[in-house]
Structures are given as structure tokens and as C-alpha cells.
Design a protein around this ligand. Sequence first.
Ligand code: SAT
Ligand code: MN
Length: 588
Amino acid sequence: MSPSLEKWIEECASLTKPDQIYWCDGSEEEAHRLIEIGMYKEKINDNPVFSELNHKLWPSSYLHRSHPTDVARTEHLTFVCHSDKENAGPNNNWMDPREAKELLRKLSDGCMKGRTMYVLPYIMGHPDSPYSRVCVQVTDNSYVAASMRIMTRMGKIALEKLGDGGDFVRGIHSVGDFDPNKRFIMHFPDENLVWSIGSGYGGNALLGKKCFSLRIASWLGLKEDWLAEHMIIIGVEDPDGNITYIAAAFPSACGKTNLAMLRSTLPGYKVWTIGDDIAWLNIGPDGRLYAINPETGFFGVAPGTSMKTNPNMMETLKAGTFYPTLFTNTALNVDTNEPWWEGMDGPVPENILDWQGRKWDKTGGNTAAHPNSRFTVSISQCPTLSPEFDNPQGVPISAIIFGSRRSRLLPLVYESFSWSHGVFCGARMGSETTAAAIHQTGKLRRDPMAMIPFCGYNMGDYFAHWLNMGRKLSNPPKIFGVNWFRLDEDGRFLWPGFGENMRVLKWIIDRINNNVKAKESPVGLLPYIEDLELSGLNISRENMEKLFKIDNDEWKLELEDVRSFFNQFGEKLPQEIWDEFKKLESQL
Ligand code: SAT
Ligand code: MN
């Protein structure tokens, strides 16, 4: 056992004062014990942490209802505490690390009294990967412990990798009393430490996920020449059996998981899933960019998931065996004891309890499932899991896609002119907000590379780092943009989306392989409509043209907004990004 780990656990315990300390070994037996503790012992808001669902229809599935004030990420309570404020940048909340720790120490004093402190050793990435990291989180919540076992390689395996060394990422987590006024998610990049109190919600509490694998890891990437990104990783197989690996960034709740598990409508094409949320991108010995998914599970949005939108996920959710599957804040079909959410297949059941366990009135205007209700499920159950998922070196990436949710403006797909133009396209990304974080939904916000809530340092430096990475790659991936969400004048989606998105992926692959030409527009290279495989798709030529319409006036307004966003970064914004900005401005 690592002496520095033992010492740190003692320190955590002497501050938080739990009744007992429980070291998790990651076994299956233990996972069921954690669930049982959650069913019969621990409570949240006077409700049990877990209740059992219908195991005939949803094997190994459990329902978790969170505290009603604790349903999404709380970005205004999330801080990145660099010693130098400049390093946090205008994109992060900042507090002086000494002040932040003093505050956290006060809030944490005795916060685990009457509870168990679970010690969760885990690895982000494959144990044999040169890119993986050992981490240890303490938590006082069985839901968090059970979730971490699904999302990471947890238990003995991590202690073995750590050995008696002291190089591990630390995470301190307590749900406290769920008081939003005493809720903080604090990052200390200089110490590889995350400290979170007052929330049990995924992105606030599963500290290996956004807190470490994006905020802290992005800072490590800056120092060590790699990238930690909010991206899915997929392999797209063509009818000849060639597989092209693609990484794609979309803001939360914009269909990343559906794309990661897409069931193709184009015969002969298939998507292999490697990751649905986070990619760590390293420069390989051959000068290409290699991606690993550091996680081992999906923490996906339930509403809208169905046999139509994501049949592979529906299968994954019903394949629970070795790993329990957790549903958080979905509704409950009382007659069948099944989870339920808006957009699920079939008729709306008669008898529903809403996400807070209250009888649901269909006509009352509220959704039954919380709009950000989630499932936590092991990636091992995914029918499209790529055989390369466990490759310690990762997969070579040929294309990067930046996707946003825009009802106007952005074409269905475009290709950037160069790496630096692609970085500019990522940097000016804007998207209409969703329920994944607590803010007004449907409002446009700038979200460069879908990383605005997750970049652990000044985004001006982040753009410079992206540009540098391009220079270091002898064979950089091509960069594309996509927008599945463009609407017509009547507010209807122009593009059918889901499985049909394979048609767009096919064009991207055809471009990578130089099989088709593209036409120049001020914003990027666009497809010739003849080059898109549209057979079997009921979409008019007129609508196809609308999907690619570049409206110069709209773009000029867009650029004004982009300019003021970029201006926040002052001197930190790389000149190359301004050069791309001016090029686009002059061409409109
Ligand atoms: O932050 S979470 O990982 O909980 C979900 C998301 O917003 O992507
Ligand atoms: Mn995400």
C-alpha cells in the first residue's frame, strides 16, 4: 500500500470525521453491497438512495432520485483555483487557492459524521496505457461509489498500478447537506486535486469525469503536449471493411451519445463505439493523433432515447449483468416498475410517478422525467463496442468534428481549409443551451470546442495550444463542422438526424480519402449535393439547399458576437485566430 495514499486518507478522515472508512475493491459482490446500502441504509431527502426496478425487463437496474435541487452541473459554483488568476482566464470562476481551501475546510469539518467514507481507487484509461492515470476519490455517498465503479476502472487494479508510489490524482467529495448555498466544485490544478461538496450530481460528484478528465487533464495536456477534449470517439466502417476513426465535440445534451452509437441507415456502413464523452488525444510515434477514452461507462441523457433515436443504447440499457445500471431522476411506470421518460417508445403509461416520486398529471405541463435525467451504464454492454476500446495506445484519428446546435446559420456539414482555420471554427463555436447545466435553455452561448464549461485554464492559451499541436503533428486530422439542428421557416428540423447522420459521415470519409471534390464558401468547403448519398431519403432538393445556405447578413451578425467573445481574452488570443477571423470577415 502506498504510504502517501494512506497518509492522505487519514488526513481526509480526520477532517470529515466519518463513522467508518470502506476501501472499495471494485468487485461485483461489492457493487451489489453498495446498492443494498443505498436501498436500506443511506437516505437522500428521506428517500432511499436506490430502489429496485423490474429486473426481468431491465436486468440489474436501479432507480436513484436525487435531491430536488441537485439535478445538473452548477457552473456558477465551479471554480478553478490556479495560483495565478490569469491562468484561470475569463472562462473560469477563480478563487485564490488558500482562500478556497480555507472555505472548503470549514464546510468539510465533520461533514461525514454518521456516514461511511468510501475510498475509491481508480484508473482513467487502460492500466497498460502510457496515457492512463491513477486517481483516488473519497466520497460519503453510495450512489457516487456505485457510479464510479461503472464509469472507471475501479478497485484493486488501481492500487496495483499505484504500488507504493505517491503519484495519484486526489478527489475529495461529500454531499454535505445538499444545500446549494454551501455547494462548491473546486479544482486545484497545481496539486492534481479536486474538492467537491454539496452535490451528488454526475459532473459535480463523479470526480474522474469532467473535473479530472477534462478540467485538470486539459491543464496537464497543456504542460505535456496533449489534449483532453469533450469528444466522442468512433470508428466508421465502410462496405470494404476499412475503418476510419473520428473524434467529435458537441456541447452536453446535443446528441453525442446517439452519434457515438449510431445505427447506420446506409447499407454496409457501421459505427464502432469507443467513447461518448471524453477523449484524450496524444501525438503517436508516427506523428498522427491517437485517441483513448479514459472512461468505461456512459452517463447519458435519458429523455429522447428510444429504439428510433438510439437502438444500441436501448439494448445496452437492457443488458445489465455484471454491472448494475443506474437511472437517475427518470419517471417510473408504477404498474410495471420500469423506468420511463419522455420520448420512450410506445404509448405513455397510465400510472406514472414523476422524477420526484409524485403522481404525475399528464396535463399539468411538467415533464415526468427530469429533462436532464440520466442513465449510468457500463460500456461493456454496448453491442457496437469497438474491439479497439481496450487498445492501450488508442486509435489514430483521421477527422475531428465540431458540432453545435444552431437553428439557423450553420450548414449541415463543412470542411475547414486548414488546421488553423479548423481551430478558428472550433473557437467560434456557439450553441443553443440545454438542460445539462443549470441555466436558461435555448439561449445561444459561445462554447469553443464544447469546452467552455470544462477547459481548466485560460482559453486564449488553449487556442494557442491547439495551434501548436497542429504544428507538432506530421499528419494532422482534417477538421469538419456539423449542425444537425437547422430549422426551416416553420420551425421544423430540415435534417432527419440520428441514423441518417451516417450520410454526413460518409461524405467526411470521402473527403479524407480524396474521393469527392468540395466547393469553396466563405465559411469553409461545402459538399456538392450530388456527392451526398441521399438515396432512400425523403428530402427535397430545396431543403437540401436550405441546409447549406450561407446567409452573409446572418454571418456578419455572428461575427460581431464572436468578436466580443474573443475580445475577452485580450492579448492571450492568438494572432492566427484573428487572422482567420479577418479572412472570413473580408469574404462575407
Ligand atoms: O457533466 S456531466 O458529465 O454530468 C454531463 C454533461 O453535461 O456532459
Ligand atoms: Mn459531456
